[in-house]
Design a protein around this ligand. Structure first.
Ligand code: F6P
Length: 368
């Protein structure tokens, strides 16, 4: 982007998509590193791409990012509904869609950014890739509790979400045991099973159901009954919101028409709980972990990961490594092209070592 010789380099930060723990830790790392190591200026765009479309941004100083390492959410605000390439405008009960990308590109140029650091999940980073193709120098940072971004083994926010879901499962264990009940816990994760798999293993779930392995109701019932027969009069079922029966469909909680990804999953836990109770005769309760998994203070692991990712993103900006995302590969920080990130989402391989380990301990995945 055009650079005026007597001014400092300027980095913009935008946070898009669903929030999670650790976003502020990334914002802090980007701003502190850019100021400390490169004497750059920092600009924060407000409310994700909404702020880029409407030219809403503010300068961030060292003081603005001080004390936010442990803070949940994002100090810049975010939205899951705005796509500048398909901007929804309310028309009565419905929406009309307009391409606002040219205005967005113009606004970002006017902000005088040398690089825009986009912190987001697959949807947000897909839009960042389009902006890159339209001439905006972009660097991506992978963020989501779903851990489903292509090209990185880990996203920040995931570890915190796993810890929260695990604590929930731990607390359900005692009540399940006391009442001899089946407890079904629905966790988020979108169309990927990482969150259910990891919290299910950490929480000692007896049955773990993930989108990548469509389940058979019969196998679930067999497992619950077998546990009762062998003296375990309670069972814990951890189900991903995107799980579905063999030959069946996901349960949709709501449609958010104006969003580019309008389907909001949710409700499988209640459907499954009712079926289990009916088919086994055992009292069953269902709990949805929901947005609790996205809130609050990041774990130490996520703070460290967020700090590393944010710091590396600034180096990438300084080295003009645009159109790329910082990623974690075998515990090493690498960079990967946004073109490859935008190709889809990262599912759990059905032969993942964690699944094999859990099966070897007797955990049921609804298939055997
Ligand atoms: O992508 C993060 C996520 O929390 C998913 O796990 C979940 O499916 C979705 O966002 C929920 O979206 P919303 O915040 O619109 O309810």
């Amino acid at each position: 982007m055009a650079k005026h010789s007597n001014r400092k380099n300027r980095i913009g930060i935008l946070t898009g998509g669903g929030d999670c723990a650790g976003i502020n830790a990334v914002i802090r790392a980007v701003a502190k590193k850019a100021i400390h190591d490169y004497d750059m200026e920092i600009v924060g765009i407000e409310d994700g791409y909404e702020g880029a479309v409407h030219n809403r941004f503010r300068k961030l100083s060292n003081r603005d990012v001080s004390g936010i390492l442990t803070l949940g959410g994002t100090i810049l605000g975010t939205t899951k509904k705005v796509n500048p390439y398909r901007y929804a405008i309310k028309k009565g009960e419905d929406f009309e869609y307009k391409d606002m990308s040219k205005v967005t590109v113009k606004n970002i140029r006017k902000m005088g950014l040398d690089c825009l650091v986009v912190i987001g999940g697959d949807g947000t980073l897909g839009i960042a890739y389009k902006l890159f193709n339209d001439g905006i120098p972009v660097v991506g940072v992978p963020k989501t509790i779903d851990n489903d971004i292509l090209g990185t083994d880990l996203t920040f926010g995931f570890d915190t979400a796993v810890s929260i879901a695990t604590e929930g499962i731990d607390r359900l264990h005692s009540t399940a045991q006391s009442h001899h009940r089946v407890m079904v816990v629905e966790v988020m994760g979108h169309n990927a099973g990482w969150l259910a798999l990891c919290s299910g293993i950490a929480g000692g779930g007896d049955i773990i159901l993930i989108p990548e392995i469509p389940y058979s109701m019969e196998k679930i019932i067999d497992k619950v009954k077998e546990r009762h027969r062998t003296g375990k009069r309670f069972s814990i079922v951890v189900v991903a919101e995107g799980a579905k029966p063999k030959g069946g469909a996901v349960v949709i909680q709501r449609m958010v028409k104006e969003s580019s990804d309008p389907i909001r999953l949710g409700g499988i836990g209640f459907v499954l709980g009712d079926q289990i109770e009916k088919l086994t005769g055992f009292e069953t309760r269902s709990v949805v972990m929901g947005h609790l998994q996205r809130g609050g203070t990041p774990t130490a692991f996520d703070r460290i990961l967020a700090t590393q990712l944010g710091s590396k993103a600034v180096d990438m900006a300084a080295n003009k490594d645009y159109g790329s995302m910082v990623a974690m590969n075998n515990s090493k920080l690498i960079t990967i092209k946004l073109q490859d990130v935008a190709k889809g989402h990262r599912s759990v391989p059905v032969d993942h070592p964690l699944i094999k380990t859990a099966i070897s301990l007797g955990t049921c995945f609804g298939v055997s």
